[in-house]
Design a protein around this ligand. Sequence first.
Ligand code: NAP
Length: 271
Amino acid sequence: MDDFKLIGKDKVSPIGLGTWGMGGKTYPDSSRDPEMVKAITFAVDNGLSLLDTAEFYAQGHTEELVGKAIEKVEREKVFVISKVWYTHLEREQVIRSAENSLKRLNLSYIDLYLIHWPNEKVPLREPLSAMQKLIDDGKIRYAGVSNFDVELLKRAREEIPRSDLVADEVRYSLLYREQEKLLLPYCKRENLAFIAYTPLEKGLVSSDNFLSKIGKKYNKTAAQIALNWLLSNDTIPIPKSEKIDHIKENAGAMGWRLSQEDFAAISTKYG
Ligand SMILES: NC(=O)c1ccc[n+]([C@@H]2O[C@H](COP(=O)([O-])OP(=O)(O)OC[C@H]3O[C@@H](n4cnc5c(N)ncnc54)[C@H](OP(=O)(O)O)[C@@H]3O)[C@@H](O)[C@H]2O)c1
């Protein structure tokens, strides 16, 4: 099965790789860099070619690891998401942040650049006019947001002069379904990519008995069932993993789909 999702006009791998915690969390930690670079390269080689990172992650060190991991990969073969932190949302700050991210990633453009979190102290036109300028200058291909509710997303879409936003990245998993009320239906209707973070609930769903039981029918694990359920629900999950076995497992959640009956049974069980 030809498995992909759309972000803007781009076909991307339907599951991505999250990178929070790789190379440190709020502070850089270089002690396992070679292992992290290997994990990211392995993910890309195994079809998880949508990479989610941010300037906030390990104060930029995670972006450096992503850059290193993809330095020999053909540019069009990966789709890189990065994000500007909510304290950098004035126009000039956004432009500077993007330029710094580009340096750390060692790239000439970022595929999708997101406002990481809203900040009500800065008018939306500031970051969004910067996003437009970054698109015009070829430094980013698409703009989007993260952690925006529908109302804020609608307002943000009105503030980007000659483009549109293509994605909202929010928390969504089998066990965290809040966004089904408003945001998910809105994104489906408007053809915006809905990127689901913390899709495995930090690994919790991998030991779920009900999912394991359904998985037996497909020869898949509980984590693979949870990720495939997200795919079937028109979202793009971005599980984080630095373990080769987990990366392989997560990649094995692509290329097939749950039956409608199993999808419905899982939706009801955790709804
Ligand atoms: N935009 C935002 O505000 C925002 C907020 C949170 C997260 N995110 C993004 O979303 C990504 C994912 O979210 P997350 O890191 O919070 O949580 P997650 O992906 O739900 O869970 C990650 C945890 O699950 C483990 N894991 C991965 N695959 C597994 C598998 N097949 N079986 C069992 N355990 C598995 C990982 O361990 P190992 O590493 O040991 O495999 C890690 O401890 C982040 O890395 C980040 O890129 C964005």
